[in-house]
Design a protein around this ligand. Structure first.
Ligand SMILES: *Cc1c(COP(=O)(O)O)cnc(C)c1O
Length: 498
């Protein structure tokens, strides 16, 4: 097979192998790694439609990670997509309300980040071995809730790794906190920061850039790495489920051969929808890529005007995982729009860091014709949950509801009747209170979290997921707290005293 290398979006430096790109996460020039070209699926969709999730995962990932042996890659896939998922299908599809919902929430933490974070630890440890890295890898993550737990679950007890997660003491939901502080695994560490999410994130970034600290740790044979969503080792596993979804709909006769399928993706950092774009470029007959935002509608404005402007008020919504003003994965698309020009991309990114704004040229805008952006207000999001439930009995979470609402707007705007896949990024059990209160505010507003979960199960006839049952009575295993200026000491303490 032809070797696929990865280059940075910010300079013409020498391309690197997939395993190096995974190990490094971010390129040294601060750019993101992108494949030199999009590999094409070599087997037909009809053949793929006979395969299960793991086999499709192998077919897709082997085209991207060409320096992994078959045995290494299949090993990673087997260890990732196992009984941590509550269904062998891994990503089931539900037909409801005139669309197909691709449920990406059947993993350990019932949100879509499990799709990539359950395999990243294995890709990372194999990459370390391939590149003769002997150090233990310490993953540092700042989280506003979802990523932290998904990373903890993914890395728990993975040999050769430790994971330290910082979360804002008062900035995550009670269920999210409980999920994290009850995490098992002898290599997992959870630390509450007396500060907000930005403090946690800034602290982690500073530690990553601290060369002295890195040297000190090198002596103890450890090195830092990150699990954040710009790692190519997170992006590629997300391409898989778009190929899988198309193949599955084909197998079930919902699509005919080569029929176009639109996708709607509830978007924050732009990773998930970018994966759909990659799948399209590999040859999956995907039509429109519909980008759904909540009230933090930077991306909607960008698609409307060609101007990306983060200078605006940050809105706290009921779809918190999409409350983002800088969508870091968009850089990979900007680079592509610029005809793979690092210079043009750097112009945009410097504008963003200096002034919080950039605009793209007319020529670049023309290449955006396959994208459509829109947003849903808090009220529209709630309405989407309530309407779908009342019409069909199917209950979606708040993030998915943003996508469902935008899908209605898209249809109204364009009259396009192409079959459509809505990407369902979280279980309603993860955002039970928000979901139940839009269904019946009066009835549910005084209830406790677990009582609400019982009610949700009763009205939706969907059993309570293991992830929720487990934390109901789980023991708190992590009680570290640190001041926002003491994160380094906390890390030192963890790495040297244990
Ligand atoms: C992270 C997340 C998103 C946003 O995905 P991006 O890849 O960052 O665009 C949407 N929904 C949920 C539930 C998430 O956790």
């Amino acid at each position: 097979m032809e070797e696929l290398l990865y280059k940075s979006t910010r300079s013409e430096s020498k391309p690197v192998t997939a395993s190096k790109a995974i190990l490094k996460g971010l390129a040294e020039d601060g750019g993101l790694y992108v494949p030199e070209k999009f590999p094409k699926l070599e087997i037909s969709m009809e053949e793929i439609s006979k395969m299960d999730y793991k086999e499709i995962a192998y077919q897709v990932m082997s085209l991207f990670f060409t320096d992994f042996t078959e045995e290494e890659l299949r090993g990673c896939i087997d260890r990732a997509y196992d009984t941590k998922f509550d269904t062998e299908e891994i990503a089931p599809i539900v037909k409801a309300g005139g669309a197909y919902y691709l449920e990406l929430f059947h993993g350990a933490t019932i949100a879509f980040k499990d799709m990539a974070l359950s395999i990243l630890p294995h890709l990372l440890t194999v990459s370390a071995k391939k590149n003769k890295v002997k150090n233990d890898i310490v993953i540092l993550t700042a989280t506003s809730g979802d990523t932290g737990k998904a990373a903890l679950a993914g890395f728990a007890d993975v040999e050769g790794t430790k994971i330290i997660v910082f979360y804002p003491e008062n900035g995550v939901s009670p269920i999210q906190k409980k999920q994290m502080v009850t995490q098992k695994g002898k290599n997992t560490y959870v630390v509450a920061i007396q500060g907000n999410f930005d403090d946690a994130q800034t602290g982690v970034k500073e530690i990553f850039n601290d060369k002295e600290f890195a040297k000190e740790l090198e002596k103890d044979q450890v090195q830092f790495s990150s699990a954040n969503s710009i790692n190519i080792g997170r992006l590629v596993p997300q391409v898989v489920y778009y190929v899988y979804a198309y193949a599955k709909l084909l197998a079930e006769g919902e699509l005919s051969n080569k029929e176009t399928l639109n996708v709607v993706v509830p978007t924050g950092n732009f990773g998930n929808i970018l994966a759909a774009f990659y799948a399209k470029n590999m040859g999956v007959p995907i039509g429109k890529l519909i980008c759904a935002s909540n009230e933090n509608k930077v991306l909607y404005d960008f698609f409307q005007t060609g101007i990306y402007n983060r200078n605006r008020e940050f809105v706290l919504t009921n779809s918190p995982s999409m409350d983002i003003l800088v969508s870091s994965n968009l850089e990979r698309l900007i680079y592509w729009l610029a005809g793979n020009s690092a210079n043009k991309n750097v112009d945009c990114m410097s504008g963003l860091s200096a002034k919080g704004v950039y605009h793209i040229s007319e020529e670049m805008r023309e290449k955006l014709s396959n994208f459509y952006g829109n947003f849903a207000s808090e009220e529209e999001t709630g309405d989407a949950i309530k309407t779908l439930f009342e019409d069909t009995g199917y209950i979606i979470d708040t993030h998915t509801a943003v996508a469902a609402s935008v899908y209605q707007k898209y249809k109204k705007d364009t009259q396009d009747t192409t079959k459509t896949l809505i990407v369902s990024t979280a279980s309603p059990y993860k955002f039970t209170r928000s979901v139940m209160e839009v269904i019946d505010k009066e009835k549910y507003q005084g209830m406790g979290d677990f009582e609400l979960a019982d009610e949700l199960s009763r009205i939706s006839a969907v059993p309570i997921p293991r992830a929720i049952e487990e934390i109901r009575n789980a023991k708190v295993l992590h009680d570290r707290v640190c001041q926002k200026d003491n994160m380094k000491e906390a890390i030192r303490d963890i790495l040297t005293n244990k």
